[in-house]
Design a protein around this ligand. Structure first.
Ligand code: SDX
Length: 426
């Protein structure tokens, strides 16, 4: 492939550099296009536009490949742990045993939150959606950590990353407990990351909480599956917010807000609601016809990048069966509906022609419900896990010398310039 691309318009020819990465499509560097050709490019959904250079995650959507710092998601899900993946995403390499010990200690000793912080929750109604609580609470963290909001100080960037990864489970568990009317549970330093979170969610003062290793492993693996995913909508939101120099807590809160959308992280909640509404296998043909009639989407299916099976969906389906078996719900009728719906969709030309496959959200709702979470908590768990991806991408953006404040242009199709008309003349 050539090293330059020629752009011709109105008799002008602009030669643009072609840049190649480690893998994936080459990019045409258009940074000087407006200056030399006086035109913008137009790509509202970023269908053909790279917004940044990154070394963190790579997706080959046609092949269904997802790599974190070069390691396939299947291998990380099977052989690693969420905290080890956090280290990998932040630092670029898998940690040695001593490096991991220091990292785990740093995270563990940041899991508590300021005593004043708990008052935030009391301001919400008990039936507030937990994602509304998360958006507000995480944004408020910057009011408590003035010592780590200088984005130009590498040490403060790292401590903010540790604080975000450490405190999200504590805040998420509090949002859950608050909705249940149960007392908040403090983190315990002797527990693993996933165990700590499950205990903060499900233990009650009336009895001892006993960890279940199968469910703990499943929770940890679900966190790994949701850790990072290139420049998705919420990560791009975090990058754009961060490009102005906003503090990391405010940027993560912006990412949480974007993730909440039903076409993005909110899909896991919508997907379970969809499966529940279908109810039984015999209702699937009628539902599928409604999708084809464009009355609604098949939630948990389709993806901007994957035009093949989302590799996370494969691992999530395996995890779903493990969890349902462990809790004695392997005959959950909703799982039967999901498996039959997947089979029907994968063989129906409407979906095959549009390259619509199950994504990470298709089986996650069934799994999370079996773990004991209500649908409104599903996107909170997604946000908890994605926090490491957001903060790693934010840190990479701050440290990228070529990054500038994000300020897209537009094509203007509004009214031409005109003079003001006084109200008695209109
Ligand atoms: C996540 O970006 C990421 O990486 C996100 C994520 C991450 O980890 O960060 O992977 C997490 O958000 C996964 C996606 C979860 N969302 C859903 O499951 C909601 C349902 N999916 C759709 O909303 C949709 O598939 C998107 C938003 C995910 C992708 O949409 P695109 O890329 O903009 O594709 P499109 O809307 O242009 O669809 C192409 C065609 C259209 O048909 P035509 O108009 O060409 O005839 O496919 C159809 C769409 O109507 N289509 C669907 C469909 N998804 C696309 N039809 C029915 N059901 C669907 N789910």
């Amino acid at each position: 492939m050539a090293n330059t691309a020629k752009f011709e318009i109105d008799g002008k020819t602009v030669e643009l550099p072609v840049l190649r990465g480690t893998d994936g499509p080459a990019v045409v560097d258009i940074r000087k296009l407006y200056a030399e050709a006086d035109v913008f490019t137009y790509d509202p959904g970023f269908m053909s536009t790279a917004s940044c250079e990154s070394k963190i995650t790579f997706i080959d959507g046609d092949a269904g490949i997802l790599l974190h710092r070069g390691y396939p998601i299947m291998e990380l899900a099977e052989k690693s742990s969420f905290l080890e993946v956090c280290y990998l995403l932040l630092h670029g390499e898998l940690p040695t045993a001593p490096e991991f010990e220091v990292f785990e200690h740093n995270i563990t000793y940041h899991t508590m939150i300021h005593e004043q912080f708990d008052r935030f929750f009391m301001g919400f109604r008990r039936d507030a959606h937990p994602m509304a609580i998360m958006t507000g609470a995480v944004g408020a963290l910057s009011a408590f950590y003035h010592d780590s909001t200088n984005v130009n100080d590498p040490a403060q960037r790292m401590i903010s990353a540790h604080r975000m990864i450490a405190k999200m489970p504590t805040i998420a568990a509090r949002a859950f407990k608050y909705s249940r009317g149960q007392p908040f549970v403090f983190p315990r330093n002797e527990l693993s990351y996933a165990e700590n979170f499950l205990r903060m969610c499900f233990s009650v003062p009336a009895e001892d909480w006993v960890p279940n290793p199968v469910l703990t492993k499943a929770m940890d693996r679900i966190f790994i599956l949701h850790a990072d995913h290139e420049q998705n909508a919420s990560t791009s939101t975090v990058r754009l917010a961060g490009s102005s120099g906003a503090n990391p807590f405010a940027c993560i809160a912006a990412g949480i807000a974007s993730l909440w959308g039903p076409k993005h992280g909110g899909a896991n909640e919508e997907c379970l609601n969809m499966l529940t509404d279908i109810g039984t296998v015999d209702k699937i043909p009628e539902f599928v016809q409604g999708v084809k009639d464009r009355r609604y989407l098949l939630m948990g299916f389709g993806h901007r990048v994957y035009k093949n099976y989302d590799p996370r969906a494969t691992v999530m389906q395996q995890t779903c069966h493990e969890v349902l078996k462990e809790v004695g719900a392997e005959n959950d009728p909703i799982l039967q509906v999901a498996m039959e719906l997947e089979k029907v969709a994968l063989s129906d030309p409407y979906f095959v022609e549009r390259k619509l496959y199950p994504n990470v959200d298709f089986y996650s709702g069934i799994t999370l419900r079996a773990l004991g979470f209500p649908p409104e908590m599903f996107t909170v768990l997604f946000a908890l896990a994605r926090t490491v991806g957001w903060i790693a991408q934010w840190k990479e953006m701050i440290e990228d010398p070529s990054q500038k404040i994000g300020r897209p242009r537009q094509i203007y199709t509004g009214a031409p310039a005109r003079s003001f008309v006084p109200v008695d003349k209109r």
